[in-house]
Design a binder for this molecule. Structure first.
Ligand SMILES: Cc1cc2nc3c(=O)[nH]c(=O)nc-3n(C[C@H](O)[C@H](O)[C@H](O)COP(=O)(O)OP(=O)(O)OC[C@H]3O[C@@H](n4cnc5c(N)ncnc54)[C@H](O)[C@@H]3O)c2cc1C
Length: 607
């Protein structure tokens, strides 16, 4: 078995959404995906979130009244309802009797560093268009800035405020290490200029960093975290679920004011160079994932008030006509029993909207209260509502992990002992070279991909459930959690390919790509994370198929070569049947691959 090659050039042309990635964004900005163990340990020992909170506290207290208040919208808070920083900025603007200006910064190097895909960027622009229209009704301009060099972004933002004679900046916190460091830099630059920079928690129901074990440690196991999360939430429900008011309108005269009028004219780009979607994929994404806060509310409504249906597996709008309303058997109420039947469209499909912030997590929890008799949030295992609330708590949990153990957002495994596990080479032999030095190689470099990785991405592994899951992601930029787990487990255990390679591919292709949840899901599947699947409990993809796709409908929908098969033959086509249908033989024998994975995890560093 070939080991991975040690260095690589950052060839980013691997995504199915690759179309217009340009040299500007791909070649001139090689970034390291994986930090050294020492660097990661240093960051873990002194996490940047607490530094940022300190810096905010120690910033300018009472700035001089400026000419405007600025709210900086980020990629994960694209809404005007229940948006804490926006609400606070509006309040300040009203108190100061000055206009509120909203900015959004396009930063392609950040997208490269975070493996953002064209679908996610396109979704961002589509959501921004909705935000812009809603703000316009309030005479609030949305001004976009394109900034190329990520290291100088703090200067660009602070200069913008200075030029505008604004002394107040508001934003919601982004919890990835690089973003926290960027905001720290902004705090110090802002202070020098007499600008008050306010960064607040908004993404989670319970802010990360708040909950600790009895020993005052950060949680690394979900169940006790969730118990504390629920008790804390129930204990101060009005506080945690408080809905921030929408922003107040600016005076209509702002549109005639020389200083601000140009902002109203600034157009949103159709795409960002290097992140353009090919027109066909763009059309499909618009159909399957329409943008905006109103759509997000409709998606929530669909989940709360309609029954699941099996006809919506493929890349069609989840909001298409025909969903049957119900009082007793809605997706939410049946979530406990049905959520894992991945073929029945039983889940909310809200992840893209939560990831871009078109809806707040608080709103999701508030909505559950309207569906139950008790006034307390139900987070128990006995009801559909409780089980769903637990999923939203998983989202908070993984953000909490990112904040408590920032190493995971630096490409390191949470369980450092597995850093030495021997992975198979996912690149073509002899590919790569020239990207990073031999002394400091990037273990998940992106040289020309090898056969195994390519077949996994294309959904041609010869294992039907894996192929259906991968083709589903390629087709619609989303898959049910169960399918994500199956394909991730297959990559990391059956093919023994480094989890970071899969993590990157998901980020590049998912419409809901979110570092915390994606990293959490991958490290769970790879057994390297917090509360992971133990390394010896490896999914058997054939028995998993029966659980996740009991009727076989999912496989038949996404792997049309097998559309005539039923039962066992569908889940594991006999070689002669597969040959006849033009379907590949399995690229790996599950049982020997399983032994190899257990051996390598048991003895990290050994073959
Ligand atoms: C390998 C892997 C990668 C993943 N990558 C992402 C990702 O990039 N972005 C993302 O949002 N989710 C990710 N998930 C989590 C999960 O698969 C999706 O959130 C879920 O499938 C979305 O479907 P839904 O909105 O219908 O979820 P529902 O079942 O309706 O759940 C409601 C919400 O709870 C949250 N949630 C549910 N399950 C999880 C979970 N396991 N971890 C964290 N949050 C959860 C999501 O925000 C979701 O929208 C990943 C899971 C795995 C195993």
């Amino acid at each position: 078995m070939a080991k991975r090659s040690r260095s690589s050039s950052p060839d980013r042309s691997e995504s199915p959404t690759k179309k217009t990635r340009t040299p500007e964004s791909s070649v001139s900005f090689p970034h390291r995906k994986v930090a050294t163990a020492t660097a990661a340990a240093a960051v873990d020992a002194d996490p940047p979130l607490s530094k940022l909170l300190q810096a905010v506290k120690g910033g300018v207290k009472s700035p001089k009244k400026g000419d405007a208040v600025v709210y900086w919208m980020r990629m994960s808070d694209q809404r005007i309802s229940d948006n804490r920083a926006l609400s606070m900025a509006s309040e300040q603007a009203q108190a100061d009797k000055v206009p509120l200006v909203v900015i959004f910064v396009f930063s392609p190097q950040d997208y490269i560093a975070h493996d953002r895909g064209a679908r996610r960027i396109d979704f961002t622009i589509r959501n921004l268009a909705c935000v812009k229209a809603a703000l316009l009704e309030l005479n609030i301009p949305l001004h976009t800035i394109k900034h190329q060099v990520r290291s100088t972004l703090p200067q660009a933002v602070v200069s913008f405020l200075s030029d505008l004679s604004s002394t107040s900046l508001y934003a919601n916190i982004e919890y990835e290490v690089d973003e926290l460091r960027r905001d720290l830099k902004i705090c110090s630059l802002a202070k020098e200029k007499g600008i008050k920079a306010t960064f607040v928690h908004d993404k989670c129901v319970i802010e990360p960093g708040l909950l600790h074990t009895k020993e005052n440690k950060a949680y690394a196991v979900y169940s006790p975290y969730q118990r504390n999360w629920l008790a804390t939430l129930q204990g101060k429900q009005d506080h945690y679920l408080h809905e921030s008011p929408r922003p107040e309108a600016n005076d209509a005269k702002i549109k005639d004011n020389k200083k601000f009028s140009a902002f109203f004219g600034s157009e949103l780009p159709d795409s960002i160079p290097g992140f353009g979607l090919d027109p066909e994929d763009k059309k499909k994404m618009e159909e399957v994932w329409p943008a905006g806060e109103d759509v997000a509310s409709q998606m929530l409504d669909r989940f709360l008030h309609t029954k699941s249906r099996s006809s919506q597996m493929g890349a069609v709008s989840p909001l298409a006509d025909g969903a049957a309303s119900s009082d007793k058997a809605t997706r939410l109420l049946k979530y406990g029993e049905e959520r894992d039947i991945a073929t029945k469209d039983t889940t909310s499909r809200l992840s893209p909207y939560l990831a871009c912030g078109a809806i707040s997590a608080r709103e999701c929890i508030r909505a559950t209260l309207t569906m139950q008799k008790s006034k307390k949030v139900d987070g128990g295992r006995e009801t559909g509502i409780g089980r769903w609330v637990q999923e939203v708590a998983w989202r908070d949990f993984y953000v909490n992990i990112l904040v408590s153990f920032p190493r995971v957002s630096m490409g390191r495994p949470y369980l450092e002992k597995y850093a030495k596990v021997v992975w198979e080479n996912h690149q073509e032999e002899g590919a790569g070279g020239g990207g990073y030095s031999e002394d400091d190689p990037d273990p998940v470099g992106q040289g020309r991909e090898g056969e195994m990785l390519r077949r996994w991405k294309e959904g041609k592994t010869g294992v039907p459930i894996v192929d259906a899951g991968m083709r589903c992601i390629k087709e619609m930029g989303w898959a049910h959690n169960r399918f994500r787990m199956i394909v991730a487990m297959f990559l990391t255990k059956d093919l023994m390919i480094d989890w970071r390679v899969g993590e990157r591919y998901f980020m590049q292709n998912l419409i809901d790509g979110d570092l915390a949840s994606n990293n959490g899901g991958w490290q769970w599947s790879a057994s390297t994370g917090v509360d992971p699947a133990p390394y010896f409990r490896i999914f058997n993809p054939y028995s998993q198929s029966k659980k996740a796709d009991p009727t076989g409908e999912f496989i038949r929908a996404f792997v049309p070569e097998l559309s005539k098969l039923r039962g066992e033959e569908l889940y594991k086509p006999p070689p002669a049947v597969a040959d006849k249908l033009g379907y590949p033989q399995p690229i790996v024998d599950h049982y020997s691959a399983r032994d190899r994975a257990i051996r390598r995890f048991k003895n990290p560093g050994e073959e």
